[in-house]
Design a protein around this ligand. Structure first.
Ligand SMILES: Nc1ncnc2c1ncn2[C@@H]1O[C@H](COP(=O)(O)OP(=O)(O)OP(=O)(O)O)[C@@H](O)[C@H]1O
Ligand SMILES: [Mg+2]
Length: 574
């Protein structure tokens, strides 16, 4: 069902609307259909008739009329052309046409509408947001003109509609404008596009017969987050490239489109929860929540998890877990680069954030991964330190409000090194549901991680009987450092012309790696203490004595073997 918002505003006598969308033709087609297919009554209960015009700097003012009056959404079912605005006919040369062509004419569409004797005219303005930006010389004249005209427009049912991909309103006009968020196409619309592509290519519509049971849903899932034109292109590319509809091609096309935003990236997550050593409590939690996203769980009254925060020591598996969550929950993973959110123009950062959240909502159900969240809290912000601080606050506020109010199925997974630098409001229940402290692995976990990475280099861990010594000598190593250790040991074995990787190769490589816990012991210890003080849950199960305090690198754990024995091993002086 398409939005009725526009019609409501027209009925209510709003004279300046700002529609946020990159899909001009879809906006126009949808809104015209609303106006033409509904009867708008005036105070005397008489039907009002609206005429619609579109202005842009190249064509000037052009009259648009619907070719066919039909209620949505049927209007777009039969042919593809109907979707893209060809349902409207352009009538250049109609009265008042070609007003305001060229740069000199930026005020003329406004003067034209002012001069029209008729009531009830809707004028769509294309690209007008660029002329309202402060780097356009005439912005203040245009803004003044609009403000002068609005009272008359209101009384005469004249409506200005700015259609723009961003919302960037000069403060002078803010109080006068009503912003309408025109969402990206939903499932039903995408199905119509798929049907249209089939029709125009002469390909059979995947009708649910054998082999295509889930194909339509898969294709539509893959296309969520695309505009109509992008979805149409992606479906067509799939037909051309594979000779059939292939959702992985559509997903690939979406990844490219999302990447173009420069802010979000679709990450192909191949990691599973089994690729994570340790973090037992966190994995249990994730597994227990996996089924709460189903329709049945919702019907049961369960609110799915909104957000998870993973904080902790670098290289211990936070980003790895974000990827594994996407695989475990079988959802696309969108990574948001907070560093790129902050732009140099006023309002740009907020706009960027809003665009990312909109896109994530359009792609939902999905995982939105904000990596290294706290890095966005400092540095590289626009203007003065104060202004930067304000921008950061506003961007965060957007995120918090979204988390609080969101109805769509987007799970936020945020990762950070320290919790202290994050705003406390974020951690409040109802936003982030659970926060986890991801610590250095203890002996049991180190052994598990070593085995995972041995397997990754195609070595059978069962053949490495004396891994215990490696475990003992790698206290303070993070998962990432253990991974590097195995990779380096492999090089070591190869250059020493050993026939196979041996435990000795791994042991001899250990001194080449200085763990970050040694280099930054004070910082990590402080963050660790802070997490404990805040009562943040440990992502890993405690294997009693196996864990030495961070930073105390002289202590050595005497690990008597894997499993239960680990809990009784004494700590001996190193
Ligand atoms: N617990 C673990 N089990 C298995 N492998 C691990 C683990 N922790 C880290 N690794 C390995 O180290 C790599 C880097 O870890 P990851 O990027 O998840 O660390 P991080 O906690 O996000 O670090 P940072 O704070 O620096 O972003 C992983 O891709 C994985 O190969
Ligand atoms: Mg990381």
């Amino acid at each position: 069902m398409l939005t009725k918002t526009f019609l409501n505003y027209v009925r209510a006598g709003y004279a300046l609307l700002w529609v946020k969308s990159a899909e001009e033709a879809r906006v126009l087609a949808d809104f015209m259909n609303q106006v033409f297919s509904s009867k708008i009554k005036n105070a005397d209960d008489k039907e009002e008739v609206y005429t619609t015009y579109v202005w842009d700097v190249i064509d000037g003012v052009v009259n648009y009329t619907l070719l066919k009056k039909s209620p949505e959404p049927e209007r777009v079912t039969d042919t593809k052309s109907k979707v893209f605005g060809q349902i409207v006919s352009q009538t250049p040369g109609a009265e008042g046409s070609y007003v305001g062509k060229g740069d000199q004419g930026l005020l003329s569409p406004l003067s034209w509408l002012e001069s029209k004797a008729d009531d009830n005219i809707i004028l769509f303005l294309r690209d007008f947001h660029t002329y309202l930006k402060k780097d356009c010389e005439q912005w203040h004249i245009i803004s003044r003109k609009i403000r002068n005209l609005l009272p008359t427009f209101k009384s005469k049912g004249k409506v200005l509609v700015v259609v723009a991909p961003t919302v960037d309103i000069p403060i002078e006009l803010e109080k006068e404008v009503t912003v309408i968020d025109f969402k990206l196409p939903e499932r039903e619309e995408l199905k119509i596009i798929l049907k249209a592509v089939c029709d125009s290519a002469g390909a059979p519509y995947p009708d649910g017969s054998k082999g295509t049971e889930d194909l339509v849903e898969e294709l539509v899932d893959a296309a969520l987050g695309m505009t109509i034109v992008e979805a149409e292109n992606a479906f067509s590319v799939s037909l051309v490239e594979a000779g059939k509809f292939d959702s992985s091609i559509v997903r690939r096309e979406k990844a490219l489109i999302v990447k173009k935003t420069g802010l979000l990236e679709v990450v192909e997550a191949h990691e599973s929860l089994d690729d994570i050593g340790g973090l037992e409590n966190l994995k249990d939690y994730l597994l227990s929540r996996k089924d709460t996203f189903t329709k049945e769980a919702k019907e049961f009254g369960i609110t799915p998890v909104k957000g998870i925060l993973l904080a902790g020591v670098p290289g211990c598996g936070k980003s790895l877990t974000a990827k594994a969550v996407a695989s475990a929950f079988n959802r696309p993973l969108l990574r948001l680069d907070m560093g790129k959110i902050f732009g140099k123009y006023v309002g740009e950062s907020e706009n960027n954030m809003k665009n990312c959240l909109d896109l994530a909502e359009a792609v939902s159900p999905c995982i939105l991964w904000i990596d290294e969240l706290e890095k966005s809290m400092a540095g590289n912000k626009p203007g003065s330190a104060q202004e930067g601080h304000e921008t950061t606050r506003r961007v965060f506020q957007l995120l918090l409000t979204w988390l609080q109010e969101k109805k769509t199925d987007v799970l936020l997974v945020a990762t950070a090194n320290s919790i202290a630098s994050l705003p406390p409001e974020l951690l409040r229940a109802g936003r982030i549901d659970s926060t986890w402290w991801v610590d250095l692995p203890d002996a049991v976990q180190r052994e598990e991680i070593l085995k995972i990475h041995l397997r990754k280099v195609k070595r059978d861990p069962a053949k490495y009987k004396s891994l215990k010594e490696v475990v003992d000598k790698t206290e303070g190593f993070s998962g990432a450092e253990l991974e590097v250790l195995i990779k380096e040991a492999l090089v070591h074995a190869y250059t020493k012309k050993h026939k196979e990787l041996m435990v000795e190769d791994i042991i001899e490589t250990i001194p080449e790696i200085t763990p970050i816990s040694k280099m930054q012991s004070k910082e990590i210890e402080a963050q660790h203490r802070d997490a404990k003080d805040r009562g943040i849950k440990d992502a890993s199960k405690s294997h009693a004595v196996a864990k030495a305090p961070v930073g105390d690198m002289k202590r050595k754990v005497n690990f008597p073997g894997a499993g239960a024995a680990a809990s009784s091993g004494p700590i001996v002086a190193g």
